[in-house]
Design a protein around this ligand. Sequence first.
Ligand SMILES: [Zn+2]
Length: 244
Amino acid sequence: MISEPLAKLADSALNAVFPADIYCICCGDVLDGSRKDGLCDACAAKLPWAFDNPFETYMEEFAFDDVWPCVRYGFHARRIMNGLKNGGKAYMAKNVASMLAERVQLEWQMPDAFAAVPSHRDKLRQRGYNQAELLAKETARLLKLPHWDGLLEKVKSTGSLRMASGQERRSMLADSFAVSGAYQKALAGRFICLVDDVTTTGSTADACARVLKAAGASRVALLCFGASSGYKKSPEADAEEENR
Ligand SMILES: [Zn+2]
């Protein structure tokens, strides 16, 4: 059993040996060109790019006003997210954020600030970082827009959402997020871009958006790297939604 400081050291050593911009963030092959997104040409061609809101036809169910995804969530996107979330490769946030920033630039209205969907506390302890916060920070930096670090806090842990109905999820997630005190007055009339790595059922982002709206935000868009192509209640979608 490796101790935590040793594991951290091993991680930073790995990051030094496998830095961004040398190896493809998806397949791990040596990069053939200098792409900002850290993808080799083969993976860039294989990724199922999808910029449309996957929840378009039932948006009345959600508190967010729009969804801005980059790719349809599947094998390739999962591989990338696995490196960022479970592989200790925090540097990959820079590559993924370059894709998020490009996605935002397809929109006609820029948000007032970027904020992350909070992580579960035990996941935060395991990883040492919230991948969504890294993505929010880096995307904001690339677009020269504000990043409101720690805007949302997780104040209540939810039980497993697995196989709960939409309505059940909503009530389980209600009140599990809160706006942190420092930002209480800043939200009035603001357009917030909520950032997450992946959305499957949309229920976590919906709970966050409800809290932001209640605190005065005028508009909330969900920016995510991967989004599943539609609402589906499946063990797989639930597991992704919970692996925060
Ligand atoms: Zn590749």
